[in-house]
Design a protein around this ligand. Structure first.
Ligand SMILES: C[S@@+](CC[C@H](N)C(=O)[O-])C[C@H]1O[C@@H](n2cnc3c(N)ncnc32)[C@H](O)[C@@H]1O
Length: 297
């Protein structure tokens, strides 16, 4: 296992490293295997193109319309990335992703800190993780003592999250796994009057909910933000919204920070806007990886 460090966050990720980026791609090491994949934020040219010969796995083709993986050296089985006590299973998917967004490590730290800061062990905070994917944020919240409702429309992702929980020794924690369309789920929770002490949202630009329901960030984000606020309890702890570079562009000119902040004005608290990034260990370049809006409540 490669023990390289993930450059973001307080602690290293073992088994993951960004090596370099350029010409719309990123070169990384996952579990000791060097992987080349598309990266829309890498707008510059490679500092040294020769390093591309190191690639042992490559995703080619159009990410949006479908591409494919090819491997000279396959990922180890299992391929595991660790961060602190959390363990994540890494594997090829139909998209360019491998099941983890290591650049979000600072958000996992923030979630951990927020939850640990509420001194109510007898009444642990209830956290809702929407668009939960393979569950990195869910596990960070569960490991810090909260109960978590993990919602994702893809059954495979929800199973992957429960596998990550098992690998992390968290399978006995109160995690509720739901294969559900996030908007449908929110409407139902509103009707039922179920409230949460913290909400985490990591919506993609475009997605498919259960039963083929379309999720379009540019269309549905305002509704998501408004509904999420209504589901906050009267003793909220946190609210986190993550957006990706392409998501911001999908608004044609960007989602101005002020618009998002304004939308959440009435929840109060303190909002911190954090640019996620990774630093290439070979080229020293800083790769921007999206924006996170964190409300400490
Ligand atoms: C960008 S990923 C989230 C990354 C994740 N939060 C992390 O850091 O590991 C987007 C996830 O949203 C899910 N998704 C897309 N549309 C959805 C919808 N309408 N309802 C629920 N989940 C959806 C996808 O299945 C995918 O797992």
């Amino acid at each position: 296992m490669n023990l390289a460090e993930c450059s973001s966050g307080k602690a290293p990720c073992t088994g993951y490293e960004l090596l370099a980026s350029g010409d719309g791609q990123r070169l990384e090491r996952w579990g000791g295997v060097t992987v080349l994949r598309p990266e829309s934020e890498a707008l510059w040219s490679w500092r040294d193109r020769d390093i591309l010969t190191q690639a042992q796995g490559c995703y080619s083709g159009n990410h949006a319309t479908g591409g494919h993986w090819s491997w000279r050296t396959p990922l180890p089985e299992p391929c595991l990335v660790k961060r602190g006590d959390l363990t994540f299973l890494i594997k090829q998917t139909q998209s360019k992703h491998l099941g983890l967004f290591p650049e979000q490590a600072p958000n996992w730290d923030w979630i951990t800190d927020r939850i640990r800061s509420c001194e109510t062990p007898e009444n642990p905070p209830k956290i809702l993780n929407l668009f939960g994917y393979t569950g990195a944020a869910t596990l960070a919240a569960a490991a810090s003592g909260s109960s978590v409702t993990h919602v994702d429309s893809a059954r495979a992702m929800v199973s992957w999250c429960s596998e990550n929980a098992r690998l992390s020794g968290l399978d006995d924690k109160p995690i509720r796994y739901l294969v559900e369309d996030c908007l449908t789920f929110l409407q139902r929770e509103l009707r039922r009057g179920n409230l949460y002490d913290g909400i985490i949202m990591d919506p993609p630009t475009f997605g498919r909910g259960k039963n083929g329901k379309i999720w379009k960030l540019s269309e549905h984000l305002p509704y998501l933000l408004d509904t999420a606020q209504e589901l906050l309890s009267d003793q909220p702890v946190l609210l986190l919204l993550n957006t990706y570079g392409d998501a911001i562009n999908s608004f044609g000119g960007g989602i101005p920070e002020t618009v998002i902040k304004k939308r959440f004005e009435r929840i109060g608290g303190c909002c911190e806007v954090v640019g996620l990034k990774l630093e290439g260990s070979l080229d020293g370049r800083i790769l921007p990886c999206g924006m996170s809006y964190r409300w400490s409540l």
